[in-house]
Design a protein around this ligand. Structure first.
Ligand code: CA
Length: 516
């Protein structure tokens, strides 16, 4: 097999080996260099002699410093690298880069569900909000009954989902940071895929009662009812309930009213600008930043040109590229908001006496990523090249178009949950090691970074960006493929593999406050 190495930037003094199974020692590379060591797939080879303490450069930036002399042709693994310290948060370049304006992409549409508040859903789902974990078992039971007995009568409704979580009681509800899980739950209930049909199941004695979770005025006025919605609550401790099945009957009766209204909704043609896309990665490898994430980044630029909203997130995976982000901000206020979110997260990690380097996993390292700096440079590419026009704090709802930095932890489930709260109606997830991630609330398009993964997980991966490393497709081609797939999935014309198999991870709230 022809040796294949990939260098990301002219200044790089390392490249990664792309061949499946890696390359054995003694292999001559196309540039005349001969491998001194066997180098696994995705791992780095030194292109020049790297003297001790010199910078090892990938993506055009130092991802580490050589701990000893590394001769050209050697395998450069994480045990040979000292990680750079994180960039300070002062004296950053602020809104210095003015990317040339890109032409608007017009004429792209999808078929979506227009909501009373102006948002657009890509699915038509009944969501049952819960105030506290205590009710989860009962809601689970009720959801199964609704699926079996009611849903067949309402063919326009795609699914019924219990919004279950571990919050609501046993927590310091007034502590600093508690507002994050509370507003996350509130805003998830208002996700465009649920059509404004909010119903709540409460226990009765919890710290987070329904009126605190959804204060009056939270739910938008719907056309069908004409007036401000009363919060629809089934409270399990109500005196009216005698026996378990009385609770279930009450939940089913309430659900049926909402199902009737959801069933009357129809898809209408809307511009692609109504997409609210959350992008993230999980189970990353060295190809993430070479294939899948650059293709997603290209697609991000297409979406921004089409007037859509795109959120990128994962604080610890962009922290080392903060200067790239603040320089791309459209205004000093946006740059300052990013710095504020990073500083908050630095302090949050500091409380646990760790830093952003706690992010990387054994699988990341096995996949060739030496440290968080290298991982971050590959992750940040998902944001494309567009100007960054807004910043969202964890759990907040998105109210603008364009490229948005939504500050969330990198944890796949917490990031997905917070992007749901922001109003995401389509999710894109890249993976190199492979993860069967899925959410019940929104379609998740999964993009594989390597053809080997796409082949083995042929019925889990929706897009194979590994074709880029194979030399079969360009980043632009895969970016467009993803863009068109998004419109098909958003329209309900195509289902993702996670939808087909009903692979649904549980919601995971970000609660930085103490529990009691
Ligand atoms: Ca992630």
């Amino acid at each position: 097999m022809k040796p294949l190495t990939i260098k990301m930037n002219d200044q790089d003094n390392v490249a990664i080996v792309a061949n499946p199974g890696g390359l054995p020692a003694g292999t001559p590379l196309t540039n005349g260099l001969v491998l001194k060591d066997a180098v696994p797939q995705g791992h780095k080879v030194a292109l020049t002699d790297l003297p001790a303490k010199s910078a090892v450069v990938r993506y055009g930036i130092p991802i580490g410093f050589a701990m000893k002399d590394i001769p050209a042709g050697s395998w450069v693994h994480e045990r040979l690298l000292e990680m750079p310290t994180a960039r300070e948060l002062d004296n950053l370049p602020i809104a210095t880069v003015k990317p040339p304006p890109q032409s608007a992409l017009e004429g792209y549409t999808f078929e979506g569900y227009r909501n009373a508040d102006g948002s657009v859903g890509t699915r038509n789902i009944l969501a049952i909000t819960t105030t506290v974990q205590c009710v989860s078992g009962v809601v689970d039971y009720a959801v199964q009954r609704i699926k079996n007995e009611l849903l067949p009568k309402y063919p326009q409704v795609d699914d019924v989902v219990g919004l279950e979580h571990t919050y609501g009681c046993g927590v310091a509800i007034d502590a600093e940071g508690a507002e994050i899980p509370i507003r996350t739950l509130r805003n998830i209930s208002l996700n465009p895929n649920f059509g404004g049909e909010v119903m709540v199941v409460s226990l009765g004695c919890e710290k987070l009662p329904p009126e605190r979770l959804m204060p009056p005025g939270t739910i938008p006025i719907t056309d069908q009812r004409g007036d401000a919605q009363q919060l629809d609550v089934v409270c399990l401790q109500d005196d009216a309930h005698v026996g378990f099945l009385s609770m279930i009957d009450a939940i089913l009766a309430t659900a049926e009213q909402h199902l009737q209204r959801l069933n009357a909704r129809r898809r209408v043609t809307v511009p692609a600008s109504e997409l609210v896309v959350g992008v993230q990665c999980g189970g990353s490898d060295a190809f993430s930043g070479v294939t899948a994430n650059p293709a997603v980044g290209y697609c991000t630029d297409l979406l921004v040109r089409a007037g859509a909203s795109v959120m990128f997130s994962e604080v610890t995976e962009v922290r080392d590229g903060i200067d790239q982000l603040t320089s791309r901000a459209t205004s000093p206020e946006v740059a300052q908001a990013m710095i504020r979110e990073m500083a908050w997260y630095d302090a949050y990690l500091q409380r646990g006496k760790v830093d952003r380097s706690a992010n990387t996993t054994p699988g990341n390292k096995k996949g060739g990523l030496s440290n968080i700096v290298e991982k971050a440079m590959g992750s940040i590419i998902k944001s494309g090249t567009s100007p960054i026009s807004g910043v969202l704090s964890p759990g907040d709802k998105l109210k603008q178009k364009g490229l948005i930095y939504a500050a969330t932890p990198a944890s796949d489930f917490i990031c997905g949950t917070l992007q749901l709260a922001a109003g995401m109606n389509l999710h894109v997830f890249t993976t190199g090691r492979g993860t069967p991630y899925g959410l019940a609330q929104v379609p998740v398009i999964k993009v594989a970074t390597r053809s080997d993964l796409a082949r083995r997980w042929h019925d889990l991966m929706d897009v194979n960006a590994g074709t880029i490393a194979d030399g079969d497709k360009t980043i632009e081609e895969v970016g467009w493929e993803l863009f068109h797939l998004m419109l098909d999935v958003a329209s309900g014309r195509k289902k993702t593999y996670a939808e087909q198999w009903k692979l649904h991870n549980a919601l995971a709230l970000f609660n930085p406050a103490p529990v009691t």
